[in-house]
Design a binder for this molecule. Structure first.
Ligand code: FES
Length: 158
């Protein structure tokens, strides 16, 4: 997705008119671009009167923010202890192999980002994969294949 400086400026201007919340501006930019482009941090820092180091600290402190472009679909594999003993390493291997990326990476077409997380608090359902916020429990390598097919089928229709 092409980064538009004027669009980023519009978002920041909107926040600057209100209480000037850096986090609110960054949240909106993250939602729009699925990451925080460097120019967004610089503009937010200048327009909201916040030191760039502070904007960078906020951007790296919160997990919701990313400085790297993310894929349209985010897959999170739980690697907590309960999910691990129930097979999440095999599930992760399968996803890495099918997508051709390692955990923490995004596919070249920016369709998928694969990440690992620790316990999601639903251990009895493990291993768990969360796709764009939707939980899938008792995952297996076969279910991973079906999950990816479903996402790709949905993409083809859009
Ligand atoms: S270890 Fe995966 S949900 Fe708890």
């Amino acid at each position: 997705m092409q980064v538009s400086v004027s669009e980023i400026n519009d978002i920041i201007n909107k926040e600057a008119m209100g209480d000037g919340s850096l986090i609110a501006a960054l949240e909106e930019i993250q939602e729009r671009y699925r990451y925080l482009p460097p120019e967004a941090l610089i503009l937010a820092s200048e327009r909201l009167g916040v030191p760039l180091s502070q904007a960078y600290s906020v951007a790296t402190f919160y997990n919701a923010f990313s400085l790297k472009p993310k894929g349209k679909h985010c897959l999170h594999v739980c690697m907590g202890t309960a999910c691990h003993v129930r097979g999440s390493p095999q599930v992760l291997d399968r996803l890495e192999s099918k997508l051709g990326i390692k955990a923490g990476d995004t596919t070249r077409d920016h369709l998928f980002t694969l990440e690992t997380v620790n316990c999601l608090g639903a251990c009895a359902l493990g291993p768990i994969v969360v796709t764009d916020g939707e939980y899938s429990g008792q995952m297996t390598t076969q279910k991973v294949d079906a999950l990816l097919k479903t996402v790709l089928r949905t993409e083809a229709k859009e």
